[in-house]
Design a protein around this ligand. Structure first.
Ligand SMILES: NC(=O)c1ccc[n+]([C@@H]2O[C@H](COP(=O)([O-])OP(=O)(O)OC[C@H]3O[C@@H](n4cnc5c(N)ncnc54)[C@H](OP(=O)(O)O)[C@@H]3O)[C@@H](O)[C@H]2O)c1
Length: 252
């Protein structure tokens, strides 16, 4: 039995990954706040032959998430954790992001991710086996003026994930960072702006799962946007400002 935990599994990329991995011989633990949407995804996964549990929870609740992971792991050791839950943050109608939104975004996208990753890592280190995927974004490399805390949290996940990867690889735990470009999901739908090379969540799930199966350090896609984003910090600021102005957006 392969046990996979996915946070943010009630929607978008998390739900698509759940459906992708759903098969006989797989136990899926699906985490998100909205119980109705989560149960719907769990049902779809069961129809594909998986054992799927809808575990309603908020990744900002460190104690509850830790308890959940320990309970799941005691029943069947967790093979893969996809740390995926996040929110957009950003300011409304082009305004600067408020302090409240910034802290909510940092709490969800960075601290919330650590609330999942760190207890999972402890369990995996104890038995010397396991894999963790951290869902970052190409915004980690190309900071978006309209989503500053989102960009910062995603950059932190890249740095944190890659630093830990080096440390824990010899101890049997694999860590990958995933940096997607534009993916068609409810999160993307909140934003009004240019979304070049946008792909479906189902296609993104296939690319992510392939990268994880190959134990890639960074799973970056689509390639042209990934190359552009990953070179942007090498540019002088004025060139970067002009290049990134094409990617400005408004929150609906
Ligand atoms: N879509 C894109 O273009 C894009 C691009 C690059 C990276 N990403 C990243 O991909 C990941 C998935 O995004 P998506 O586009 O699929 O967005 P989405 O459809 O809005 O899904 C986000 C998921 O996170 C969950 N979530 C949010 N806050 C949570 C919390 N505090 N506790 C538990 N679950 C929480 C949501 O469920 P509930 O509301 O039910 O809790 C939902 O299942 C995110 O990390 C995002 O930053 C997306």
């Amino acid at each position: 039995m392969r046990t996979i935990v996915i946070t943010g599994a009630s929607s978008g990329i998390g739900a698509a990954l759940a459906r992708h991995y759903a098969a006989a011989g797989t136990r899926l633990i699906l985490v998100a706040r909205n119980a109705t949407r989560l149960e719907r995804v769990a049902e779809e996964c069961r129809a594909r032959g998986a054992i799927a549990e809808a575990a309603q929870g908020d990744t900002r609740d460190r104690a509850a998430i830790r308890t959940l992971l320990r309970e799941v792991d005691a029943r069947t050791p967790i093979d893969l954790v996809v740390v995926n839950a996040a929110i957009n943050g950003g300011g409304r109608e082009g305004r600067v992001e408020t302090e409240e939104t910034a802290f909510e975004t940092a709490d969800t996208n960075y601290t919330g991710s650590l609330n999942v990753m760190l207890p999972a890592l402890s369990l995996m280190l104890e038995r010397g086996r396991g894999q963790i995927a951290l869902m970052s974004s190409l915004a980690a490399y190309a900071p978006l003026a309209d989503a500053p805390t989102y960009s910062g949290a995603k950059a932190a996940l890249v740095a944190h994930g890659l630093a830990l990867r080096q440390k824990v690889r010899p101890l049997g735990v694999k860590i990958s960072v995933v940096t997607p470009g534009y993916v068609k999901t409810p999160m993307g739908g909140e934003l009004k702006g240019w979304r070049p090379l946008e792909m479906s969540a189902d296609r993104a799930a296939v690319v992510i799962a392939r990268g994880l199966a190959r134990d890639r350090d960074v799973v970056s896609f689509p390639l042209p946007l990934a190359v552009l984003a990953r070179s942007v910090l090498l540019l002088p600021e004025w060139v970067r400002r002009i290049s990134l102005s094409a990617f400005r957006f408004n929150k609906r």
